[in-house]
Design a protein around this ligand. Structure first.
Ligand code: FES
Length: 194
């Protein structure tokens, strides 16, 4: 692992503020270089795998797959109740903007988004692909990951495109006396977020 990559991971673990696009892109450039993602290559592998799959599977496997799909749907989101924490400054956040905070511990970076309609949504800042920090793009009104150009819906955390296998971890928020509090966290199952 190169020194640059180690440094990037240390910054993410240390929960340095990586809130806007330029900060995140600067911090993750070495990561992107070490773990390149080629959409075309992946598409070719996926097509090859799909042909093999068609040739080798039987009806029994389809029945088994249906069972797994049903279980995945049941487990789609696992919620955790955690101690509530007020998000400083959230009530002053303008629509179509974001701020970073820590939740549920000081070492876990999260991002609060206030969408253009004024609603609040919060997520863990780690991309579900290879853990690069995501940022909120005001121009595109979505969360973006600069490492391999993944993107997530700002209102749901679901994958819009790119390699992430599942939705962002959601931080549940609620309004108490005009202030915004984080009150829990939920994680989606692979394949359920897009
Ligand atoms: S780390 Fe690869 S798309 Fe986010």
């Amino acid at each position: 692992m190169s020194n640059n990559l180690s440094e990037t991971i240390k910054r993410v673990i240390a929960n340095e503020e990586l809130s806007d696009e330029s900060d995140v892109r600067a911090a993750t450039a070495p990561f992107q270089a070490e773990f390149p993602y080629e959409r075309e290559e992946e598409a070719q592998v996926t097509r090859r795998e799909f042909c093999n799959f068609l040739g080798l599977t039987s009806a029994a496997l389809f029945v088994g797959a249906a069972g797994f799909a049903a279980k995945a749907a049941l487990d789609a989101r696992k919620s955790e109740s955690l101690a509530a924490a007020r998000i400083d400054g959230a009530e002053l956040l303008a629509p179509n903007s974001s701020l970073n905070f820590s939740y549920p511990t000081e070492r876990e970076s999260a991002i609060l988004v206030r969408t253009a309609d004024g609603a609040y949504h919060a997520y863990g800042q780690k991309c579900t692909h290879l853990s690069c920090p995501v940022y909120y793009s005001r121009d595109h009104q979505r969360l973006e990951c600069p490492c391999h150009e993944g993107a997530f819906d700002a209102a749901t955390g679901n994958v819009l495109y790119g390699p992430p296998p599942r939705a962002l971890d959601a931080v549940e928020v609620e309004t108490r006396d005009g202030q915004i509090w984080a009150i829990g966290r939920s994680t989606s199952a692979p394949g359920s977020g897009g």
